[in-house]
Write a protein of this length. Structure first.
Length: 288
Protein backbone atom coordinates (compact mmCIF):
# COMPACT_ATOMS: atom_id res chain seq x y z
CA UNK A 1 0.00 0.00 0.00
CA UNK A 2 1.09 3.56 -0.75
CA UNK A 3 -0.07 6.79 0.87
CA UNK A 4 0.31 10.06 -1.02
CA UNK A 5 0.75 13.24 1.02
CA UNK A 6 -0.29 16.37 -0.88
CA UNK A 7 2.39 18.59 0.63
CA UNK A 8 2.60 22.34 1.02
CA UNK A 9 5.45 24.15 2.78
CA UNK A 10 3.06 25.36 5.50
CA UNK A 11 1.92 24.23 8.94
CA UNK A 12 -0.98 22.49 7.20
CA UNK A 13 1.50 20.61 5.04
CA UNK A 14 3.46 19.53 8.11
CA UNK A 15 0.19 18.36 9.70
CA UNK A 16 -0.42 16.26 6.58
CA UNK A 17 3.04 14.71 6.79
CA UNK A 18 2.48 13.86 10.46
CA UNK A 19 -0.80 12.11 9.65
CA UNK A 20 0.79 10.37 6.69
CA UNK A 21 3.56 9.01 8.93
CA UNK A 22 0.99 7.84 11.49
CA UNK A 23 -1.06 6.05 8.83
CA UNK A 24 1.99 4.58 7.07
CA UNK A 25 3.35 3.12 10.30
CA UNK A 26 -0.01 1.69 11.28
CA UNK A 27 -0.84 0.19 7.88
CA UNK A 28 2.66 -0.92 6.90
CA UNK A 29 2.49 1.41 3.92
CA UNK A 30 5.01 3.40 1.90
CA UNK A 31 4.80 7.20 2.14
CA UNK A 32 4.97 9.35 -0.99
CA UNK A 33 5.47 13.08 -0.42
CA UNK A 34 4.24 15.00 -3.42
CA UNK A 35 3.83 18.53 -4.70
CA UNK A 36 1.90 19.64 -7.76
CA UNK A 37 2.96 22.89 -9.39
CA UNK A 38 1.12 24.81 -12.12
CA UNK A 39 2.94 25.64 -15.35
CA UNK A 40 1.80 29.28 -15.48
CA UNK A 41 2.37 30.95 -12.11
CA UNK A 42 5.84 32.49 -12.41
CA UNK A 43 4.84 35.66 -14.24
CA UNK A 44 7.04 37.33 -16.83
CA UNK A 45 10.55 36.56 -15.56
CA UNK A 46 10.64 33.06 -17.06
CA UNK A 47 8.76 31.34 -19.83
CA UNK A 48 8.37 28.02 -21.56
CA UNK A 49 10.44 25.14 -20.17
CA UNK A 50 12.11 27.48 -17.67
CA UNK A 51 8.76 27.91 -15.93
CA UNK A 52 8.51 24.24 -15.04
CA UNK A 53 12.21 24.12 -14.16
CA UNK A 54 11.99 26.98 -11.65
CA UNK A 55 8.83 25.63 -10.04
CA UNK A 56 9.99 22.04 -9.85
CA UNK A 57 13.37 23.02 -8.41
CA UNK A 58 11.63 24.97 -5.66
CA UNK A 59 9.23 22.07 -5.06
CA UNK A 60 12.17 19.68 -4.86
CA UNK A 61 13.75 21.89 -2.22
CA UNK A 62 10.53 21.99 -0.18
CA UNK A 63 10.13 18.22 -0.44
CA UNK A 64 13.70 17.74 0.74
CA UNK A 65 12.77 19.73 3.85
CA UNK A 66 9.55 17.72 4.24
CA UNK A 67 11.48 14.48 4.12
CA UNK A 68 13.34 15.47 7.28
CA UNK A 69 9.98 15.31 9.09
CA UNK A 70 9.64 11.60 8.30
CA UNK A 71 11.32 9.12 10.69
CA UNK A 72 13.78 6.59 9.29
CA UNK A 73 11.44 3.64 9.93
CA UNK A 74 8.97 4.87 7.26
CA UNK A 75 9.87 4.18 3.62
CA UNK A 76 9.55 7.51 1.80
CA UNK A 77 9.76 8.88 -1.72
CA UNK A 78 9.24 12.36 -3.18
CA UNK A 79 7.38 13.34 -6.34
CA UNK A 80 6.83 16.58 -8.23
CA UNK A 81 4.16 16.89 -10.91
CA UNK A 82 3.29 19.78 -13.22
CA UNK A 83 -0.42 20.10 -13.91
CA UNK A 84 -2.82 22.88 -14.86
CA UNK A 85 -5.20 21.90 -12.06
CA UNK A 86 -3.73 21.41 -8.59
CA UNK A 87 -6.52 19.11 -7.37
CA UNK A 88 -6.57 17.25 -10.68
CA UNK A 89 -2.79 16.96 -10.54
CA UNK A 90 -2.87 15.52 -7.01
CA UNK A 91 -5.36 12.88 -8.15
CA UNK A 92 -3.29 12.12 -11.26
CA UNK A 93 -0.06 11.81 -9.24
CA UNK A 94 -1.73 9.62 -6.63
CA UNK A 95 -3.11 7.36 -9.37
CA UNK A 96 0.26 7.27 -11.11
CA UNK A 97 2.03 5.87 -8.07
CA UNK A 98 -0.88 3.62 -7.09
CA UNK A 99 -1.79 5.36 -3.83
CA UNK A 100 -4.82 4.11 -1.91
CA UNK A 101 -5.09 7.23 0.26
CA UNK A 102 -4.38 10.92 -0.30
CA UNK A 103 -3.55 12.94 2.83
CA UNK A 104 -4.09 16.68 3.02
CA UNK A 105 -3.80 19.30 5.75
CA UNK A 106 -5.90 22.29 6.76
CA UNK A 107 -5.34 25.12 4.32
CA UNK A 108 -7.24 28.08 5.70
CA UNK A 109 -10.71 29.36 4.85
CA UNK A 110 -13.77 27.16 4.64
CA UNK A 111 -15.08 25.42 7.73
CA UNK A 112 -14.41 26.69 11.22
CA UNK A 113 -12.67 24.55 13.81
CA UNK A 114 -9.68 22.25 13.51
CA UNK A 115 -10.55 21.24 9.93
CA UNK A 116 -10.57 23.75 7.12
CA UNK A 117 -11.47 23.21 3.50
CA UNK A 118 -9.70 25.45 1.03
CA UNK A 119 -10.60 25.25 -2.68
CA UNK A 120 -8.08 22.51 -3.54
CA UNK A 121 -9.08 20.27 -0.61
CA UNK A 122 -12.73 20.93 -1.36
CA UNK A 123 -12.18 19.82 -4.96
CA UNK A 124 -10.41 16.67 -3.77
CA UNK A 125 -13.19 15.54 -1.45
CA UNK A 126 -15.74 16.08 -4.20
CA UNK A 127 -13.92 14.31 -7.03
CA UNK A 128 -11.14 11.95 -5.89
CA UNK A 129 -11.51 8.25 -6.79
CA UNK A 130 -9.50 7.20 -3.74
CA UNK A 131 -9.88 7.83 0.00
CA UNK A 132 -8.89 11.28 1.25
CA UNK A 133 -7.56 11.71 4.81
CA UNK A 134 -7.96 15.18 6.32
CA UNK A 135 -5.41 16.18 8.96
CA UNK A 136 -6.74 18.66 11.54
CA UNK A 137 -4.77 21.72 12.51
CA UNK A 138 -2.07 20.83 15.01
CA UNK A 139 -1.78 17.17 13.93
CA UNK A 140 1.99 17.68 13.80
CA UNK A 141 1.96 18.05 17.60
CA UNK A 142 0.26 14.69 18.20
CA UNK A 143 2.20 12.37 20.51
CA UNK A 144 0.63 9.26 18.96
CA UNK A 145 3.11 7.48 16.71
CA UNK A 146 0.43 5.15 15.32
CA UNK A 147 -3.31 5.03 14.92
CA UNK A 148 -4.86 4.24 18.31
CA UNK A 149 -8.35 3.23 17.15
CA UNK A 150 -10.67 3.44 14.15
CA UNK A 151 -14.17 4.89 14.48
CA UNK A 152 -16.64 4.19 11.70
CA UNK A 153 -19.82 6.25 11.30
CA UNK A 154 -22.33 3.63 10.15
CA UNK A 155 -25.63 4.21 8.40
CA UNK A 156 -28.12 2.64 6.02
CA UNK A 157 -27.51 4.64 2.85
CA UNK A 158 -25.86 3.26 -0.32
CA UNK A 159 -22.13 2.76 0.23
CA UNK A 160 -22.49 1.74 3.88
CA UNK A 161 -21.24 -1.78 3.13
CA UNK A 162 -18.08 -0.52 1.41
CA UNK A 163 -17.40 1.85 4.30
CA UNK A 164 -17.76 -0.94 6.85
CA UNK A 165 -15.47 -3.19 4.80
CA UNK A 166 -12.86 -0.41 4.63
CA UNK A 167 -13.07 0.17 8.40
CA UNK A 168 -12.75 -3.55 9.13
CA UNK A 169 -9.77 -3.89 6.77
CA UNK A 170 -8.06 -0.83 8.25
CA UNK A 171 -8.55 -1.91 11.86
CA UNK A 172 -7.39 -5.44 11.08
CA UNK A 173 -4.30 -4.27 9.20
CA UNK A 174 -3.37 -1.76 11.91
CA UNK A 175 -4.26 -4.17 14.74
CA UNK A 176 -6.36 -1.58 16.57
CA UNK A 177 -9.89 -1.53 18.04
CA UNK A 178 -12.84 -0.67 15.81
CA UNK A 179 -15.68 1.48 17.16
CA UNK A 180 -18.95 1.61 15.21
CA UNK A 181 -21.12 4.65 15.89
CA UNK A 182 -24.65 5.61 14.85
CA UNK A 183 -25.27 9.33 15.24
CA UNK A 184 -28.84 10.50 15.77
CA UNK A 185 -29.54 14.22 15.55
CA UNK A 186 -32.93 15.43 16.78
CA UNK A 187 -32.95 18.24 14.22
CA UNK A 188 -32.64 15.68 11.39
CA UNK A 189 -35.41 13.33 12.53
CA UNK A 190 -38.11 12.75 9.90
CA UNK A 191 -41.01 14.32 11.78
CA UNK A 192 -43.39 14.21 14.69
CA UNK A 193 -44.88 10.90 13.56
CA UNK A 194 -41.80 9.11 14.89
CA UNK A 195 -40.79 9.71 18.48
CA UNK A 196 -37.22 10.26 19.61
CA UNK A 197 -37.33 6.96 21.48
CA UNK A 198 -38.54 5.11 18.40
CA UNK A 199 -35.77 6.55 16.26
CA UNK A 200 -33.21 5.72 18.93
CA UNK A 201 -34.44 2.12 19.16
CA UNK A 202 -34.25 1.81 15.37
CA UNK A 203 -30.68 3.06 15.37
CA UNK A 204 -29.74 0.72 18.20
CA UNK A 205 -31.11 -2.28 16.30
CA UNK A 206 -29.23 -1.25 13.17
CA UNK A 207 -26.00 -0.67 15.09
CA UNK A 208 -26.23 -4.10 16.74
CA UNK A 209 -26.79 -5.75 13.34
CA UNK A 210 -23.73 -4.00 11.90
CA UNK A 211 -21.73 -4.96 14.99
CA UNK A 212 -22.64 -8.63 14.48
CA UNK A 213 -21.59 -8.37 10.82
CA UNK A 214 -18.27 -6.76 11.75
CA UNK A 215 -17.54 -9.36 14.42
CA UNK A 216 -18.17 -12.13 11.91
CA UNK A 217 -15.57 -10.64 9.54
CA UNK A 218 -12.89 -9.70 12.07
CA UNK A 219 -10.40 -11.99 13.77
CA UNK A 220 -10.94 -12.44 17.48
CA UNK A 221 -7.84 -10.39 18.21
CA UNK A 222 -9.54 -7.17 17.06
CA UNK A 223 -11.88 -5.55 19.55
CA UNK A 224 -15.19 -4.26 18.18
CA UNK A 225 -17.57 -1.99 20.06
CA UNK A 226 -20.63 0.00 19.06
CA UNK A 227 -22.34 3.13 20.30
CA UNK A 228 -25.58 4.90 19.46
CA UNK A 229 -25.34 8.60 20.22
CA UNK A 230 -28.25 11.03 20.47
CA UNK A 231 -27.79 14.80 20.25
CA UNK A 232 -29.78 17.90 19.41
CA UNK A 233 -27.53 18.26 16.36
CA UNK A 234 -24.94 16.15 14.55
CA UNK A 235 -22.26 18.32 16.12
CA UNK A 236 -23.62 17.66 19.61
CA UNK A 237 -23.81 13.93 18.96
CA UNK A 238 -20.26 13.52 17.67
CA UNK A 239 -18.91 15.81 20.40
CA UNK A 240 -20.38 13.56 23.09
CA UNK A 241 -18.07 10.71 22.07
CA UNK A 242 -14.68 10.28 23.73
CA UNK A 243 -11.78 11.13 21.42
CA UNK A 244 -8.06 10.61 22.00
CA UNK A 245 -4.82 11.36 20.21
CA UNK A 246 -4.32 8.69 17.56
CA UNK A 247 -8.03 8.18 16.88
CA UNK A 248 -9.23 8.28 13.27
CA UNK A 249 -12.81 8.45 11.98
CA UNK A 250 -13.96 6.95 8.68
CA UNK A 251 -17.00 8.34 6.90
CA UNK A 252 -18.60 7.33 3.62
CA UNK A 253 -19.02 9.37 0.50
CA UNK A 254 -22.41 11.00 -0.04
CA UNK A 255 -25.04 9.25 -2.15
CA UNK A 256 -24.67 12.24 -4.51
CA UNK A 257 -21.20 11.06 -5.53
CA UNK A 258 -20.58 9.92 -9.07
CA UNK A 259 -19.47 6.27 -9.40
CA UNK A 260 -16.01 5.74 -7.87
CA UNK A 261 -15.80 9.38 -6.80
CA UNK A 262 -15.97 11.18 -3.45
CA UNK A 263 -18.61 13.66 -2.41
CA UNK A 264 -18.63 14.95 1.17
CA UNK A 265 -22.15 14.75 2.58
CA UNK A 266 -23.78 17.29 4.87
CA UNK A 267 -23.50 15.08 7.97
CA UNK A 268 -19.74 14.57 7.52
CA UNK A 269 -19.31 18.30 6.85
CA UNK A 270 -21.05 19.10 10.14
CA UNK A 271 -18.81 16.63 11.95
CA UNK A 272 -15.74 18.37 10.55
CA UNK A 273 -16.74 21.59 12.30
CA UNK A 274 -16.17 20.09 15.75
CA UNK A 275 -13.80 17.13 15.31
CA UNK A 276 -10.12 17.52 16.15
CA UNK A 277 -9.14 14.03 14.97
CA UNK A 278 -8.31 13.02 11.38
CA UNK A 279 -11.23 12.14 9.11
CA UNK A 280 -10.90 9.68 6.23
CA UNK A 281 -13.54 10.01 3.52
CA UNK A 282 -14.03 6.70 1.72
CA UNK A 283 -15.40 6.44 -1.84
CA UNK A 284 -18.32 4.17 -2.62
CA UNK A 285 -15.89 1.67 -4.14
CA UNK A 286 -13.95 1.44 -0.85
CA UNK A 287 -10.17 1.61 -0.34
CA UNK A 288 -8.19 -0.51 -2.77
Amino acid sequence: MKIYVAYLATDGGRDAVALGVQLARSLGAELALGMVVPPDQTGSFVSGDLTSQVLTEQADAWLTQARTLVPDDVTTSTHVGVHDSIAGGIIAEAERIGAAIVVTGATGGGLLGKHSLGPVVNDLIHSAPMAVALAPRGQRHSKAERVRSVTCAVGTRPGAAELLDAAIAGAERAGVPLRLVSLIAVDLMPGPQQSDDGKLDEARRHSLAVLDEARAKLPGSVEVTSAVVLGDTVEDAVNSLDWHSGDVILVGSSRLAAPRRLFLGSTAAKMLRVLDVPMVVVPRAGIS
